[in-house]
Structures are given as C-alpha cells and as structure tokens.
Design a protein around this ligand. Structure first.
Ligand SMILES: O=C(O)C1=C[C@@H](OP(=O)(O)O)[C@@H](O)[C@H](O)C1
Ligand SMILES: C=C(OP(=O)(O)O)C(=O)O
Length: 468
C-alpha cells in the first residue's frame, strides 16, 4: 500500500486496499492528517483585484501605486502585456514576503505587440478593449489549454464597437486586432452568459471610449455577478460612476480614470481550500487580514462552510473556521443543495467537501465552469469517480452521491483549483497524489509551502513563501 509520508492510517475512516503501490515521480503527495488543525495563515493579494487595478492604473490620468498586489503567473502575464502596450510598471520592495509593491505609470498605448494570455481569463477578456485604444496591431494568444476558453463575446463586442478584429471564426484565442488609437463607444448588446469577464473587460476600459458605453447583456443567465460588482466598485474608487438602470444594463460615462494608490486585499477565493481543511481535518484554520467588507465572492465562505457543520467566527481582522473533530475525527455532515452561480470559482472546493458528505449533494448554476481553466465539471467528475466516488454531470452542475473514497492519482488539467480541490480530499484519504501541483502558480505560487504550514509540517519562511 502506498502511504503518504504525512499520513497515519489509524485515523482515516476511508482506508482501502486498492491505493496505488508506488508513488509517481513528479507527483505531489497530498498530505493526509491525523490530527486536528490549529493554523493561522496570511495569503497574498487577490487575483481579481490585482488584475483590475493593473488595468485601471494603466488607463489612469497619472501614476498609481498598488500596495501588496498578487505576484503570480496571472498577474505576471498582465504586467508583461501592459508593458508591451507602452505602460511602465516598476517594483518597490517593502519587505512584504509575498512580493514588492507596483507603481504603474500610464504611457501612450502602442500596438505592434503579441500578448501572451497564458490561461488567464482576466488577461484574455480585460486586455483586448485596452489594446483597441492603442495605435497598431496587437495579437492575442495563450496556452494550449486556453485555446478552448470562450472568447466569441469579446471578439463580437469589439467588432460591434467598430474595431478591426481578425480571427479564424472559432471564437477562441488566437486572434488579433488593429487598434486605431481611439474607440467611439456608444451602445452595444452582448451575450455574457459564458463569463462575467466579458462585461468586466468592457466596463474597465469604457470610460476611455469617446462617448463612453451603454452595455446590455442579453442571454439566459449571467454568472459571477459579484465580479461585475467588483469592477463597478474599482471604477467608482477612481471616479468613474457606472449606472445600472436595470439588471443587465450598465452605463459608463466618458470620464478620466483617476490615478490612486490602492491596498490589495488577500485573495479570499484562494482561502477556500485552507478554510475547507478545517472541515475535513477538524480544529481551526484562521485566515488573517480578512477584510471587514469586500466585493470578493470568497467572503461567502463564511456562510458556505457552516453548511458542512463548521462554525465561522470573524474577529480581529480574521476569519476562523472551526471544523470540530472534522471528517477524520468522525464528524459527518449531510450533503447540500446549492446554487453557486454567483461564486463559481468556489465550486471545486465545495464539491470536494460534498464528496466527503454523508448524503447526496446537488450543486447547480455552474454550467459555465466548462469554459474555465479546464472543463471543471468533467474534470471533477472524472477525478472524484477515479477515487471511487459517484459524481454525475448535470446540465448546469453536478450531483454527488456519498461513496467511500480511496487513494490514487488526481489530475489537475493545468487548473489551479483542481490541484487544490485534490489537496482538500487528500487530507482525509490516504495515497492521493496530485499530478500538476504547479498549476497553483496561476494565482498562488506559495500553495505547497502554505499547505505544509497548514498541516504543521513546516513553518513558513521567506524562502518558501516568496517563491515565484
Ligand atoms: O472577473 C474576474 O476576476 C473573475 C470572474 C469570474 O469568471 P466567470 O464569470 O467566467 O466565472 C471568476 O470565476 C474568475 O475566477 C475571476
Ligand atoms: C476561473 C478562474 O480563472 P480565470 O480568471 O482565468 O477565469 C478561476 O480562477 O477560478
């Protein structure tokens, strides 16, 4: 039997003889715990806020300082792309273990570049409208895994705004556009049912269009509303007041975007697997620096994790989840019925917890996760079922039946939230090896180091936390 070096078989209620015999080189053995947790962690800045503030600072009327921004693959791709478009971005060391502050100085936007979007939805959906303001051609491409993410709405909306876009008709990366130095703006209708980022991308730049923008969403659903509200709030902080006269309509006035200094909040969606660990292992996990109020959908974890029998407490700028004795200590919790359309990026963690529940769960409102870093519904079904689970895909979600799980290789599909969902299950199930833990570099390069701290394996050091 393969036994993770962190595991203690005595405490696993899911012991099974069919775990793999040997470890696969390069895979990350997910730590299994045999004790209740008592961890307090700080996390780096929010991906969604950092990449919005980078874009807004690049379009602003002077230099902006970003304090405590995220430094990860997604933010690095955004920084490189903005530099290629003529924006100056300098680092200022502050002693923050998660990396330097950034000073963003706008410049005249120039074309002639090729932008690597990697696998970052925020780069591929936020930057084409910015590039349309540049003078000259700008090409957009990305990772192989990115070439299936929906981009048709971005392409069509730019064309509706009069921008010259060349693509191969598939509605995905790669494509290119020819910026004319300005965009007239006006009124357009788009279908953003595949991603809220189509709306956010247009809103972020629209104040710089000659006539601003009236944007209408026409489609059967609109996922991730909190992320659109985050965009509107970031614009408001820079003096651009977006009116929403009715649901699905936004009016952005032509207006300067003010240069301001901003403090980035920690990434609350990246807190999800750490806080969920308390549910599985028992004991407490505290995330420091939890904002008193926020536009991040990760704030919903305070209400979501108690659905799994945990207790959430806020105080002293922190959120603590107490999982009692946890799954490994014998706690059972019933499955849940949940519409997660507002917080799709929390779904992989929630589904991992549901896979350890004692009765069935149905998670809906997340059909659009098929267009995320991977088809997350298919990936979660495949990986949980390969461990002995019983997850089925629905039109817009998944149904999870309780099953005794066993160890095995958990594939990440280049998706950071698949890697971390596997780690959550791995706390209770011996012998789970994560293939592709490096995917966590997309938004949290320190994940393996922080997870080791969480389970009490190693204290954090500037070497382990500062890695990029
Ligand atoms: O605007 C953003 O920062 C994001 C919006 C959401 O995208 P979708 O609406 O495509 O789910 C979310 O899932 C993603 O992680 C980040
Ligand atoms: C969907 C996600 O990312 P992206 O910003 O690449 O869309 C995510 O982080 O869960």
């Amino acid at each position: 039997m393969f036994v993770s070096k962190y595991s203690n078989p005595e405490f696993s209620p899911y012991d099974d003889d069919s775990v793999p015999e040997t470890s696969v080189p390069g895979n990350w053995p997910a730590p299994t715990v045999s004790h209740a947790l008592s961890a307090s962690l700080s996390l780096p800045g929010s991906k969604s806020l950092t990449n919005r503030e980078l874009v807004l600072a690049a379009l602003a009327d002077g230099p902006s300082r970003l304090h405590a921004p995220l430094h990860s693959r997604d933010s690095a791709l955004m920084i490189e792309a903005l530099r290629a478009l003529g924006v100056t971005i300098n680092e200022i060391a502050t002693g923050n273990v998660f990396g330097p502050d950034l000073v963003v100085t706008p410049g005249e936007l120039e074309g002639g570049s090729s932008i690597d979007c990697g696998l970052a939805g925020t780069v591929m959906r936020f930057l084409p409208p910015v590039a349309a303001l540049a003078l000259g051609p700008v090409a957009f491409d990305g990772d192989h895994a990115a070439l299936r993410r929906p981009m048709r709405t971005t392409i069509d909306s730019l064309r509706a705004l009069g921008v010259d876009v060349s693509d191969d008709g598939r509605g995905t990366l790669p494509f290119s556009l020819y910026g004319m130095g300005s965009v007239a703006g006006g009124e357009i209708t788009i279908d953003a049912s595949a991603s809220s980022q189509f709306v956010s991308g247009l809103l972020l730049t629209a104040a710089r269009f000659d006539q601003g923008l009236t944007l209408r969403h026409s489609g059967e659903k609109l996922p991730s509303m909190p992320h659109i509200e985050m965009t509107v709030a970031c614009l408001a902080a820079r003096g651009v007041i977006v009116d929403s006269p009715e649901p699905g309509v936004w009016v952005v006035p032509a207006s300067p975007i003010r240069a301001i200094d901003v403090w980035l909040e920690p990434d609350l969606s990246n807190a999800a697997p750490f806080l969920a660990a308390a549910v599985v292992a028992g004991g407490t996990v505290t995330i420091e620096g939890w904002p008193a109020s926020t536009t991040q959908v990760g704030a919903d974890l305070e209400q979501l994790l108690p659905l799994f029998g945990a207790t959430a407490t806020r105080g002293d700028g922190a959120l603590t989840i107490d999982g009692g004795t946890g799954v490994i200590g014998g706690t059972t919790y019933p499955g849940i019925e949940l519409d997660l359309s507002t917080g799709g990026e929390l779904a992989p963690t929630i589904i991992a917890l549901a896979a350890l529940a004692s009765s069935p769960s149905t998670i809906t409102g997340i059909g659009h996760l098929r267009g995320h870093e991977t088809d997350r519904l298919a990936a979660l079904c495949t990986e949980i079922n390969a461990l002995g689970g019983a997850v089925t895909e629905l039109d817009d979600g998944v149904r999870i039946e309780p099953r005794k799980l066993r160890g095995g290789v958990w594939h990440s599909y280049d998706d950071h939230r698949m890697s971390t969902a596997g780690a959550v299950i791995g706390l209770a199930i011996e012998g789970i090896e994560i293939e592709g833990i490096d995917a966590t570099a997309k938004t949290l390069p320190q994940f393996p180091a922080l997870w080791a701290t969480l389970v009490g394996e190693a204290p954090p050091t500037s070497d382990t936390l500062g890695l990029l």
